[in-house]
Design a protein around this ligand. Structure first.
Ligand code: NAD
Length: 306
């Protein structure tokens, strides 16, 4: 599979740009479709072709898929909050454009598509750790649209013969995650505030937990997923199976920075899930992944990058 051409939608974004780096490093040619709404051109390695525009634009998609061996579809409006305010527009990007990607892959004939789903498909299911066969109960337009992507991936496989694999990312963190975005993950926000000597905002008691997965582990899962894509339209969790609470996160960052962080407790956020934890067993088995990066090691890399 080396020396092939791949399309990465959303390749200028946080996760997409790390994937592009890995493809380039192993000698593949990469084309990116991105509208630069949250991504940055500077994230792209030199020599990567950027087609700037909307992933739902059929003519652009057609041009982008010309001559590629597979498509990694990561472009999305990755913000639950924007889904509240702009329900229809986020639906167009997060689900309709994904169907457009499958449809164009079908027009070419059997082009494999690896796409980003999310732990948000599980929503209020509290049966932890979450396994892929667990009931899906999305609590947001974002989660509902990601679940829609998975359902249409089944259609892509059964009706159109498109091999796919959907990856349900849990809380991804790492270098290039934008701390200035109000929708960014708690890790990038905390690191930025520590660096600037500002207090860390903790919503509620800080004992809510998340399954934080380092971006290079996500990168490896994406690469392996392209080889494992099939018309069975499987979905896999991309997570560590380790729960970390927000207080522990603040403490670990304090150790890395060598100062104990000042914290501010705010009211709990309405509608926030208390605990999120995935089972990594399915992905480890199917994708033959190494043990994930520890939180301490991952955090040190983020801090070094800042
Ligand atoms: P990101 O915002 O950094 O990346 C998304 C990219 O898509 C950006 O470069 C953006 O400019 C581009 N984009 C957005 N709308 C577009 C459009 N209409 N046309 C073309 N390009 C468009 O976010 P990310 O964290 O890198 O997320 C990548 C994928 O992973 C998304 O599908 C997201 O839903 C999913 N995901 C991320 C996480 C996480 O923790 N970061 C968790 C679960 C799922």
């Amino acid at each position: 599979r080396r020396g092939m051409s791949y399309l990465v939608t959303g390749g200028c974004g946080f996760i997409g740009s790390h994937l592009v780096d890995a493809l380039v490093a192993r000698g593949d040619r990469v084309r990116v479709v991105d509208d630069l709404s949250t991504g940055h051109r500077e994230n792209l390695a030199p020599g990567v072709e950027l087609l700037e525009g909307d992933v739902g634009d059929r003519a652009l998609l057609r041009e982008a898929m010309e001559g590629v061996a597979g498509c990694f579809h990561l472009a999305a409006i990755a913000s639950v909050e924007r889904g509240v305010r702009e329900w229809c527009e986020t639906h167009r990007v997060n689900l309709s454009a994904t169907i457009a990607v499958f449809d164009e892959a079908a027009r070419i004939g059997g082009l494999p598509v690896v796409y980003a789903s999310s732990a948000a498909v599980y929503g209020s299911n509290a049966d932890l750790p979450l396994v892929e066969s667990a009931v899906t109960r999305p609590l947001s337009a974002y989660g509902a649209d990601k679940l829609g992507c998975e359902l249409h991936a089944r259609v892509a496989g059964v009706v159109h013969g498109i091999p796919t694999l959907g990856l349900r990312f849990f809380n991804v963190y790492g270098p290039r995650q934008d701390p200035k975005s109000p929708y960014s993950g708690v890790i990038s926000v905390f690191c930025d505030r520590m660096l600037r000597g500002l207090p860390l905002d903790i919503y509620g008691d800080g004992r809510q937990t998340r399954d934080f997965v380092f971006v290079t582990d996500v990168q490896m899962a994406l690469l392996a997923a392209m080889d494992a894509a099939s018309t069975d339209a499987h979905v896999l969790n991309v997570c560590t199976g380790q729960a970390t609470n927000v207080l522990h996160l603040a403490e670990t960052l304090g150790e890395i920075f060598g100062v104990s962080p000042a914290t501010r407790h705010l009211l709990p956020r309405a509608g926030e899930i208390r605990h999120s934890l995935g089972s990594p067993i399915g992905a480890r088995r199917t994708l033959d992944l190494p043990s994930p990066r520890s939180l301490g090691d991952g955090l040190r890399e983020v801090v070094n990058w800042l």
